[in-house]
Structures are given as C-alpha cells and as structure tokens.
Design a protein around this ligand. Structure first.
Ligand SMILES: O=c1ccn([C@H]2C[C@H](O)[C@@H](COP(=O)(O)OP(=O)(O)OP(=O)(O)O)O2)c(=O)[nH]1
Length: 159
C-alpha cells in the first residue's frame, strides 16, 4: 500500500505545504553536477568518479537558475529524507519536467536510509531549472524487510 502525501511529509525535513501532494511529497532541486571521471562498479564495491558542481547563474530577480543543454547530470535534492522502517521509497520525476523533454532516473530508497539523495537527470532539450524548484516526487510504500539500510550513502549531505 502506498502512503498518503501527509504521511510522507512526516519523514522529510524542511517541507512546505505546497510540496505535499495527495500521494507523495515534491522534492526540490539543490545542486546539479556533471561527472568528469569514470566510475567503477566491481564485485566487491563501487567508486564514484569525480563530479563537478555546475554553478547556477544569478538572475535579476535574485534567484538562481541552471541553464542546461542536452546531456546527463547528477541532481541533488534539497530535502533530508528518512525512509521509515516497514517502508520503501520511490522517486519519480515531476511530470512538468518530463513534458519538457527531461527525465529523472532513480533507484530504490531503502528502509532506514537518511540523507539528501541524488538522481540522474537526463536532458533531451535545453531547459532552465531554478534552484529550489520542485522537480521530483517521493512516494512511500509499505514493505517487509529484514535489515535496515547501512550502506555507504547513509547520512549523505546531512549536517
Ligand atoms: O534514486 C535514488 C535512489 C536511492 N538513493 C539513496 C537511498 C538509498 O537507500 C541509498 C543507497 O542506494 P543503493 O542501496 O541502491 O546503493 P548502492 O549502490 O547499493 O550502494 P551501497 O551498497 O553502498 O548502499 O541511496 C538516492 O539517493 N537516489
């Protein structure tokens, strides 16, 4: 069973009312990065290749925008997410992103994970993304599990 947006909001820090949707909570864009060096996935573990933060441009109205050309980017979310036990999380793109020829690829958000996570943003047509704009949605489904998450990304980008 998927939980309501109100339930999901209880497991995120710094969420505004406008982010709460019927079936999940919208996640906002913090940073965009571009991978520069190869990564490595082996049978024993993984190594993340060097990534470079793209600096957003300061706009006249004092906001910041990323002006992205077609390609693949790492997107970092602004919210700290805590996936509660007995649940699993999934992140989907906001449909306006998809309707603008951009897509967000995501993986499984494990029970017990806490952090400010990442997604793979695929841009197929030039797009402007304001820093802090809502770009994705987190949903939570009830799920059985034995252990809780204890991997290398536990606590990532949390103060
Ligand atoms: O799109 C996603 C999906 C998951 N996560 C977070 C939550 C998840 O619990 C954690 C670890 O994901 P996963 O278990 O897939 O990582 P891994 O590649 O297996 O590495 P490790 O074994 O070190 O955890 O990353 C994201 O930030 N973005």
């Amino acid at each position: 069973m998927f939980r309501s947006g109100g339930f999901v909001a209880e497991h995120l820090e710094d969420v505004d009312e406008e982010q709460i949707q019927p079936n999940g909570v919208d996640l906002r864009l913090d940073w965009v990065l571009e991978q520069r060096e190869p990564g490595y996935i082996s049978r024993e573990g993984t190594a993340i290749g060097e990534r470079q933060t793209i600096h957003p441009e300061q706009r006249d109205d004092d906001r910041e925008s990323y002006y992205l050309t077609p390609g693949g980017y790492i997107l970092q979310y602004a919210e700290t997410v805590a996936i509660p036990e007995e649940h699993v999380g999934f992140v989907l793109p906001r449909s306006s992103l998809m309707r603008n020829s951009a897509m967000l690829n995501t993986a499984v958000w494990d029970a017990g994970y806490r952090g400010r996570g990442e997604g793979l943003l695929q841009v197929h047509h030039d797009i402007e993304l304001e820093r802090g704009a809502r770009v994705a949605q987190l949903v939570l489904a009830a799920a059985d599990h034995e252990d809780v998450y204890d991997g290398s990304y536990q606590g990532e980008r949390v103060d």
